[in-house]
Design a protein around this ligand. Structure first.
Ligand code: NAD
Length: 354
């Protein structure tokens, strides 16, 4: 290995297995927690209640008001609820929105999180928090918000609708793609990224064919874990910056936006990152990984363009301005003109070429 690198392992415990939510009470006890609050979205209230019931006296109840992008009002309300209930930790049962709410509470009080992910978004693997106030999403890194323990139970993903499974899977793949060319990448992260992508591109078509198959769900969640870990360990570039801008400024849906933008962002960066492209060729078996990811997403029924997600031509100029305002690490130079071409192609769902 001739390339210098730096790698810092993130401290957390991961348990992975079908039915492993039954180990949650043991995990709560291991961490010395006595009064945990179970968090969820309103949509997943029943699951949260089931989890809370399984904990008996260890649970102080359910707070099921998590929302996308963690509105500051929800965070404040949940913080108050947790204080009044005397919670000494949170159980986040759900996707990135629910984990994000747990992080908002952890940021304020330092309370540990045990995450039970039900999507492939990967927030459970990162020390990154996000809070939205007045339409602007602020993010930051803080080791206190990294979940202490993560229980991956693929049975919890059986209910994830097929369309969401596909886009959430592509959201995970996007983390790994950018980790492969991250400024703070390392050999272990590249191995995880390559394996995570391989697992997901194998699992997603199988899930589309047979969504209730626990083997396929396990394969996808395994891939999501690896991709999430690469997200937690590295700094993301152009792709994530664009998706963050589009989500924040135009309220575009998170996973779907990642799915549409990824092939374009990858095609743009590809000429500058030959080693990453080689890794992606190994993972996908395709000579042109960007075109392959685009075709796969369409075959699996994902949205084909940003226009379908609600973006307009007029929005593109604003997005170009926002996405080029602050400099950030990217392997290929970013100009207003290149971002405009990229976003216009993604807006229209044009063929992926740069
Ligand atoms: P989500 O958590 O918003 O979930 C979307 C909807 O799907 C919700 O209604 C949820 O209840 C439902 N759902 C989740 N799992 C389900 C299941 N198994 N069955 C049925 N319904 C289910 O979506 P997401 O894509 O997981 O998370 C997106 C959010 O997470 C965004 O705000 C994004 O910014 C954030 N995120 C943060 C990080 C980070 O590191 N901080 C990483 C990834 C995503």
């Amino acid at each position: 290995m001739s390339i210098p690198f730096f790698y810092e392992a993130l401290p957390m415990r991961v348990s992975f297995g079908a039915g492993y939510r039954s180990k949650l009470a043991d995990e709560v006890n291991k961490l010395g927690l006595k009064r945990v609050l179970v968090l969820a979205t309103g949509f997943q209230t029943d699951l949260a209640q089931e989890i809370s019931d399984s904990l008996g006296d260890l649970s102080v109840g359910v707070y099921a008001k998590a929302e996308m992008h963690v509105p500051i009002e929800t965070a404040r309300d949940a913080q108050r609820f947790a204080t009044e209930a005397g919670a000494d930790g949170c159980i986040a049962v759900g996707g990135g929105s629910t984990t994000g709410l747990g992080k908002a509470i952890a940021l304020e009080y330092g309370t540990p999180i045990i995450a039970l992910p039900t999507t492939y978004a990967g927030s459970e693997m990162t020390p990154v928090w996000g809070l939205t106030a007045d339409g602007v999403k602020k993010t930051g890194k803080d080791p206190r918000v990294l979940p202490t323990s993560v229980i991956y139970d693929p049975e919890l993903t059986l209910s994830l609708p097929v369309g969401m499974s596909v886009t959430s899977g592509f959201n995970a793949i996007a983390h790994a793609v950018e980790a492969l060319y991250a400024p703070d990448g390392s050999p272990i992260i590249s191995l995880m990224a390559e394996e995570g992508i391989r697992a997901l591109i194998t699992a997603l078509p199988n899930i589309v064919d047979d969504p209730q198959n626990i083997e396929h769900r396990s394969d996808a969640l395994y891939g999501a874990w690896l991709c999430g870990a690469t997200l937690g360990a590295t700094t993301m570039s152009l792709h994530h910056k664009l998706c963050h801008t589009l989500g924040g400024a135009f309220n575009l849906p998170h996973a779907e936006t990642h799915t549409v933008v990824l092939p374009y962002a990858l095609a743009y960066n590809a000429p500058a990152v030959p080693a990453a492209v080689e890794a992606l060729r190994r993972a996908t078996g395709a000579a042109d990984p960007a075109a392959y990811l685009r075709e796969l997403s369409l075959e699996l029924g994902a949205p084909a363009s940003l226009r379908e997600l609600g973006l307009t031509e007029e929005n593109v100029e604003t997005a170009v301005d926002l996405a080029t305002r602050n400099p950030y690490a990217n392997p290929r130079e970013i100009t207003g003109d290149s971002i405009r071409r990229l976003l216009t192609a993604a807006l229209n769902g044009d063929p992926v070429t740069f």
